[in-house]
Design a protein around this ligand. Structure first.
Ligand code: ZN
Length: 552
């Protein structure tokens, strides 16, 4: 674990302007900086960075926070990953502790071993020949740090001679223990592919046999650093391109990734010899890209693509499937100079839901009415797992695929409520000023609470409530703090504005009560007198204590 005190020291060194400025172009704007917000589809600079408050805030989408939050959101990293990233950016050495609180140096075993593998690549002619034959360029070898794992003995000797304990090598998954209790290297006579975490930490290896071993590919075993269901090969290199292009290509092979990058499709990644699972979803959806599942057109590939389509569509992820036919995988296509063809394929994937419905139906011989019913049942079972609005949109497609009447397909429909509330265009500057003034000078809250109730806020009651609940990090309050057009009052200005605020409130209440039809004459007279007293006091420039109208 990263030591708490070292995180604190790092935090103090961070400058929000430097951090945000290293990702987006900032323009000076008074005491603050402005930029196009990277968190929504921004056209005007909506994001404001405040050096004095060390926070940022987007006035359009509400994104905001401190330096750490910015990097977390921008790079879609976890908190510890972000801390490590920021430490690297500012040349800061973090201290780590083990679970029992003992300080620990970060081990370089994986990096050292990777260099050992890379060094061995050149000394093995047949490996070079293989790479050449697959069309992998020199630049790609370097970019993906391809290497060669020699014999078990050589690897173990190397690790020992560099002072690494076997227990550590086992912990990192690069060595294992045989039945006789002796250690062996996990990767033996294999082309090595280092596998990095999304934040760029070397966590495991993949190895392809070049000596006809029955297992063509092996990967690091599950370790505390390496969880293959949460990792994607090449992600750390593709990340930036995924965010820029708003697109991610998911393939099944390491060589596919390397060759696609080589042909300019730098947003390609691969699963690590496993099917796409629920656990991959958080990583895949970082940056909200369109997802292109690019698999083999053979039966195994189609089935894997069907499962992936169902999984991704259930999560409301947009994108589709590209299948490769004729025994050509993406790597072969790049090697055969078919980049234009690839480009066209990636531009026109078959949408996930369409693909899934078509493939489910194709499993059944539709000339048989009973099979047709089964196809309908299975497709409906799938449709029902989708978000409601999508279910309705696809009943038409399902009925035409099955060649049955659409009325036979019943999807439970609720009347779609208009969830997108009408955007609030009205800002009550007086309410906002009162809130901002209290945010700036919290001791004024008592004065305000004696006279004003949350129910009196017509437009910004929610913000006032957040304030009363100390939700200072909430975007709606941050927006008020960062909005320069809202003034901060002195105490006397605040009182004067509250008198105005209360006057308009009680005057309106007065009008309402006068025209109220459900009140008895006596009650009406009583309330009107009460309110008139209040208005009178306010006119003299004095505050009036708050009383709920219903308790008058
Ligand atoms: Zn924004």
């Amino acid at each position: 674990m990263i030591e708490k005190s070292s995180i604190e020291t790092l935090k103090q060194r961070l400058d929000i302007v430097e951090v945000v400025g290293s990702y987006v172009e900032l323009k000076k704007n008074g005491a603050n900086y402005k930029c196009i917000c990277p968190f929504h589809n921004d056209t005007t600079p909506s994001l404001v960075v405040s050096p004095s408050k060390q926070i940022y805030h987007c006035f359009a989408c509400g994104a905001g926070g401190d330096s750490i939050k910015f990097v977390m959101e921008y790079e879609k990293l976890s908190y510890p990953e972000t801390i490590e990233k920021l430490a690297r950016m500012s040349n800061f050495s973090l201290s780590y502790t083990t679970n029992d609180g003992v300080k620990k140096e970060e081990s370089k075993l994986m990096e050292t071993l990777n260099l050992f593998y890379i060094k061995h690549l050149d000394t093995h002619l047949h490996v070079n020949e293989y790479l050449h034959q697959r069309g992998i360029s020199e630049a790609s070898r370097e970019k993906f740090e391809l290497g060669y794992a020699p014999s078990s003995q050589m690897t173990l000797d190397f690790l020992r001679s560099h002072g690494y304990m076997m227990s550590e090598a086992i912990e990192y998954g690069v060595a294992g223990l045989g039945e006789s209790g002796g250690a062996y290297a996990r990767f033996i006579e294999r082309l090595s592919f280092p596998i990095y975490s999304p934040s760029g930490k070397l966590v495991g290896f993949g190895g392809r046999t070049l000596s006809n071993h029955p297992a063509k590919y092996v990967n690091s075993p599950q370790t505390k650093y390496f969880n293959k269901s949460q990792l994607l090969y090449g992600y750390h290199l593709a990340k930036e391109h995924i965010f820029k292009r708003h697109s991610i290509i998911i393939t099944e092979g390491y060589l596919d990734v390397i060759m696609l990058h080589q042909a300019g499709f730098s947003h390609a990644v691969a699963t690590l010899g496993t099917a796409l699972t629920q656990e991959h979803v958080p990583l895949i959806t970082r940056g909200d890209p369109e997802v292109i599942v690019a698999y083999d057109g053979d039966m195994a590939g189609v089935n894997a693509a069907l499962k992936a389509s169902m999984l991704l569509s259930q999560h409301g992820i947009k994108g589709g499937v590209v299948l490769f036919g004729g025994g050509m995988d993406p790597a072969d296509m790049v090697q055969n100079g078919m980049s234009v063809e690839l480009e066209r394929l990636f531009h026109t994937p078959q949408p996930f839901i369409e693909f899934a419905i078509e493939r489910i139906v194709k499993k059944y011989p539709l000339h048989d009415p009973l099979a047709k019913q089964s196809a309908l049942n299975e497709a409906m079972l799938y449709l029902k797992t989708l978000p409601q609005a999508l279910q309705e949109s696809y009943t038409g497609l399902l009925s035409s695929t099955l060649n049955i009447n659409q009325n036979l397909i019943k999807v439970k429909t609720h009347t779609q409520k208009r969830l997108d509330k009408k955007e609030r265009s009205f800002e009550d500057m007086l309410e906002l000023t009162i809130i901002k003034t209290i945010l700036n000078e919290p001791s004024l809250i008592d004065t305000v609470l004696d006279t004003i109730d949350i129910a009196m806020f017509k437009t910004h009651g929610e913000e006032f409530s957040l304030l009363l609940h100390n939700q200072f990090e909430h975007p709606k309050l941050r927006r008020i703090v960062m909005w320069d057009d809202i003034k901060v009052y002195t105490e006397s200005e605040l009182i004067a504005s509250m008198i105005g605020f209360l006057h308009s409130y009680y005057f309106e209440a007065f009008q309402t009560i006068k025209s109220a039809k459900h009140l008895s004459y006596e009650k009406k007279q009583f309330l009107i007198r009460k309110i008139q007293e209040k208005l009178h006091t306010l006119k003299k420039g004095e505050l009036v204590p708050y009383e709920s109208i219903s308790t008058f």
